[in-house]
Write a protein that binds this ligand. Sequence first.
Ligand SMILES: *[C@@H]1O[C@H](CO)[C@@H](O)[C@H](O)[C@H]1NC(C)=O
Ligand SMILES: *[C@@H]1O[C@H](CO)[C@@H](O)[C@H](O)[C@H]1NC(C)=O
Ligand SMILES: *[C@@H]1O[C@H](CO)[C@@H](O)[C@H](O)[C@H]1NC(C)=O
Length: 140
Amino acid sequence: MKAIAVVALLVLVACAQAKVYTRCEMARILYNDHGVKNLTTLANWVCLIEHESSFNDEAVGALNSNGTRDYGLFQINNKYWCKGNVASSDSCKIACTALLGNVDASWKCAQLVYKEQGFKAWYGWLNHCNGTAPSVASCI
Ligand SMILES: *[C@@H]1O[C@H](CO)[C@@H](O)[C@H](O)[C@H]1NC(C)=O
Ligand SMILES: *[C@@H]1O[C@H](CO)[C@@H](O)[C@H](O)[C@H]1NC(C)=O
Ligand SMILES: *[C@@H]1O[C@H](CO)[C@@H](O)[C@H](O)[C@H]1NC(C)=O
């Protein structure tokens, strides 16, 4: 019972701090602040974020079967990209927790992932957005 109460409290604290963007807020941030002016590209990023983190900038994924974990809007993995509590190549040179609540840092790291692997690096994109990302043109 005690453990359940503690978990419930942690979930509440996490929820209280997390910023959950709307689809259109996210689209406008990428368009205005990060120069994603191509509407097809923009739709793909917004769709990817929706299916990776539900626009929750504090999202921390459940432990993957291989012991790794994913962080933030883009669910960046702690094995390759950010530094967490598993041995990591830390390609983005950033602590995984520093990605939480930080759109700029998350975007910067996601650009490196994209540069190396493209959208196919993300299962959320592969399974839900490849060729089918809904337009966000009405947001901007
Ligand atoms: C937008 O990006 C897509 C995908 O990369 C590309 O095919 C298209 O030509 C671009 N559109 C414009 C207007 O640049
Ligand atoms: C671990 O699993 C996650 C989710 O399935 C995957 O994205 C990641 O590439 C895997 N990492 C390793 C080192 O196998
Ligand atoms: C995306 O979808 C197209 C069309 O269905 C498919 O040909 C392509 O292989 C897919 N891309 C990836 C990376 O799976």
